[in-house]
Design a protein around this ligand. Structure first.
Ligand code: XIL
Length: 317
């Protein structure tokens, strides 16, 4: 067959994938494309996050996440599991609990042991620590960083490795696509993690981009190569390229070029293992509800028809 995943694998990548979310599973035309040869990998957009998997302390729920794994298996797709430690979609009992470093460390270790343990052997990768850095440089301040200290990152990776020794363990972040304070902190921190023997395997470049403001393939590849030089894999984990609405022919043409640049960067980096869209269709994109006045960020439109962006991707592959 043809399709983005077929092209990506022929070009030496491990997969081309898409995020999805459980409410979308009732949409048969959507599922037909999601489960086709376009995609070899799924990411649950929400249902493996802490608020879904441990909404109450030590009461775990895997219904939503399991449905994504089952769907993927049925289509011979691998799963990037997302995520184990993040400042958002974290239940109040964690964010507003009264903790000591010791009690919160136990909470983090217990969460990861259970959730990554439940999916042991079932997933290709875990986003272990999601978005730990500040755009202005330094660590993001939130409950784990405040109570445990920066070392919460080391603790999370160690717990994930212990729970699922064969999963590729990622630190996933946005705004690493350009040089800047956040990138500098990330490179410094991740270099330290590698030197200290922390079990990190890879860095995820989320790739939430804006039409007309995308780095060239060579510029993005240079960012990626600073991590591959440490012996790590990289991936584009949440690609979408939004525009200010309404869409015009010019914007959709620019978006085609921008998708080609982003996917082209992964092609330039041997250790860039794959690209994941943050859902493939505008019908289910998170962009309009998150960025006021913006949208049309995906390669398929609201009616599940391919946009010029699709051609941008195939041109890169
Ligand atoms: C987003 C989901 O797509 C939304 O449905 C949800 O309301 C908020 O989270 N970076 C991440 C993802 O790592 O988990 C986020 O997903 C998008 C930004």
């Amino acid at each position: 067959g043809t399709g983005l995943n077929v092209l990506a694998k022929a070009a030496g990548k491990h997969y081309f994938g898409s995020a999805t979310d459980n409410p979308e599973f009732t949409d048969a035309p959507y599922l037909a494309i999601l489960s086709s040869s376009e995609f070899g990998q799924l990411t649950p957009g929400n249902t493996m996050k802490w608020v879904y998997t441990e909404p109450t302390q030590n009461e775990f729920s895997y219904t939503g996440g399991d449905a994504v794994v089952t769907l993927a298996k049925g289509a011979n797709q691998i799963v990037r599991a997302h995520n184990l430690c993040w400042y958002e979609e974290l239940p109040d009992w964690v964010s507003n609990g009264s903790w000591t470093a010791a009690t919160l460390t136990a909470v983090l270790q217990n969460h990861i042991a259970n959730v990554a343990g439940h999916y042991k052997g079932e997933v290709y990768a875990w986003d272990v620590v999601n978005e730990p850095f500040s755009d202005s440089g330094g660590y993001r301040s939130f409950v784990f960083q405040q109570v445990i200290g920066d070392n919460y990152i080391n603790i999370a990776f160690a717990a994930a490795r212990a729970a699922d020794p064969n999963a590729k363990l990622y630190l996933n972040e946005y705004n690493l696509e350009y040089a800047g304070a956040k990138f500098t902190t990330a490179l410094q921190t991740i270099t330290g993690l590698v030197q200290d023997g922390v079990p990190i395997d890879a860095v995820g470049f989320e790739g939430h981009m804006i039409v007309g403001s995308v780095p060239s393939s060579t510029a993005l590849a240079a960012q990626m190569n600073q991590f591959t030089a440490l012996g790590l894999d990289v991936a584009i984990t949440e690609l979408d390229i939004r525009m200010t609405l309404p869409a015009t022919t010019a914007l959709l043409t620019q978006q085609e070029a921008d998708y080609q640049s982003m996917v082209g960067a992964c092609m330039l980096v041997t250790r860039c293992v794959g690209v994941t869209l943050w859902d493939y269709t505008d019908k289910y994109s998170w962009v309009p509800s998150t960025f006021s006045g913006q949208g049309e960020a995906c390669p398929w439109d609201d009616n599940l028809a391919k946009k010029p962006a699709y051609t941008g991707i195939t041109n890169a592959l």
